[in-house]
Ligand binder design. Structure first.
Ligand code: KIV
Ligand code: ZN
Length: 389
């Protein structure tokens, strides 16, 4: 089995389903351009039948994108598939993403269909998409995280026979644990006789805060596509965060043994663009892209990082497009951090003078909580004046 994991970005579809995240067509095109720079393999550009605006966005992204596959979502009905194919067929690499629920909960309460009826609908949808000339068809088995394993295997085998090339196994409700979700992939790959004809894909939601862990467990158990969004935005608690899953695979390559095609130096730029255009702020302590992800605040940590970055950093900030880590000057900062920042600003002091600056720094830090370069300039200039009097 290949060690290459395809990154399927659904910021413009599942991500845009975040409350308040609506994007206009120009913003979607701008984000799609940046996703290409980032190196994602597949861009899910929207749900073409959902609105004329979504159709337009998918059609324009399909024409603009050169390297990535462009994908559009459909329900497992002909009308949706016709509209999606109209929007997608101008793409260099078009993909139709169709499917329907597989858990008894979804079959009974949402679809109101028997297992056999739903299976038949799914098979017909895939065959229909294929008959239009689409040879890249992804099938989603919605709510697979809560489905009966025997039925899931039957559906997967049938839709691969009908022409599906990618099988999406979503944990739609964010219910599964990493061990359970990984085991679903292992089971599918072992039990479905034609499993080698398709790529298996992880699609996780973060209702229990497990989306990234579940996606990684899926990859460890044979998934070779991970569906994710920038900053983890998406329905309810969101989707698997692209930056977290990609950096986990890269940083722990020793453990996962897997590769992606992502240019990780574009991660921070992409995160800021998406936050800016959707208006959804990134929490400061968010892994990889939060404002504090590479900031060191306590004196002990600052001293360590200034001596050797890897004492408290497992990722080089340059790898995600950040020029350097931040040393936050606060009441918890020690002499090493203060001396370093003063030197960066061009101020050096003899030991006795430095002690005086440090004492005054602590007074300012207690009062203001954070000490900025302007405050340091004022402290340093005052002290230099006293020394020269
Ligand atoms: O979460 C989910 O199941 C989905 C499907 C529509 C792919 O987003
Ligand atoms: Zn989803």
């Amino acid at each position: 089995m290949s060690n290459r994991v395809h990154i399927f970005d659904t910021t413009l579809r599942d991500g845009e389903q975040s409350p308040g995240a609506a994007l206009n067509v120009d913003e979607k095109l701008e984000i799609a351009r940046q996703l290409e720079r980032l190196g994602v393999d597949i861009i899910e550009a929207g749900f073409p039948i959902s609105s004329p605006g979504d159709f337009d966005a998918v059609q324009r992204i399909a024409k603009q994108v050169q390297n990535a596959t462009v994908c559009g979502l459909t329900r497992a009905v002909r009308k949706d598939i016709d509209v999606a194919w109209d929007a997608l067929k101008g793409a260099k690499r078009p993909r139709i993403h169709t499917g329907l629920g597989v858990s008894d909960n979804h079959l009974q309460h949402k679809l109101r269909k028997s297992r056999d009826e739903a299976l038949e609908m799914g098979v017909s949808a895939v065959a229909y998409a294929k008959s239009l000339g689409c040879d890249d068809i992804e099938y989603f088995t919605e709510d697979a995280g809560r489905a009966d394993p025997d039925y899931l295997c039957r559906v997967v085998e049938a839709v691969i026979n009908a022409g599906a090339t990618v099988i999406n196994v979503p944990d739609t409700t964010g219910y599964a644990t990493p061990e359970e979700y990984g085991a679903i992939f292992r089971m599918l790959l072992e039990r479905v006789p034609n499993a080698d004809k398709a790529i298996f894909s992880a699609h996780c939601h973060d209702d229990l805060g497990l989306a990234v862990a579940n996606s990684l467990a899926a990859a460890k158990n044979g998934a070779r596509q991970i569906e994710c969004t920038i900053n983890g935005i998406g329905e309810r608690a969101g989707n698997t965060s692209l930056e977290e899953v990609v950096m986990a695979l890269k940083t722990r390559r020793d453990y996962y043994g897997l590769e992606t095609g992502i240019n990780t130096r574009e991660i921070t730029r992409t995160s800021r663009l998406v936050s800016n255009r959707t208006g959804i702020l990134v929490q400061p302590n968010k892994a990889i892209v939060g404002a504090n992800a590479f900031a060191h605040s306590s004196g002990i940590h600052q001293d360590g990082v200034l001596k050797e970055r890897t004492t408290y950093e497992i990722i080089d900030p340059a790898d995600v497009g950040i020029s350097e880590s931040k040393i936050i000057l606060s009441p918890r900062s020690g002499r090493a951090a203060l001396k370093h920042r003063l030197e960066v600003l061009g101020h050096t002091f003899e030991d006795a003078a430095f002690e005086k600056v440090y004492e005054r720094f602590l007074e300012v830090a207690d009062r203001k909580k954070m000490v900025y370069d302007e405050d340091l300039e004022a402290l340093a200039t005052d002290e230099a004046r006293l020394v020269n009097q």
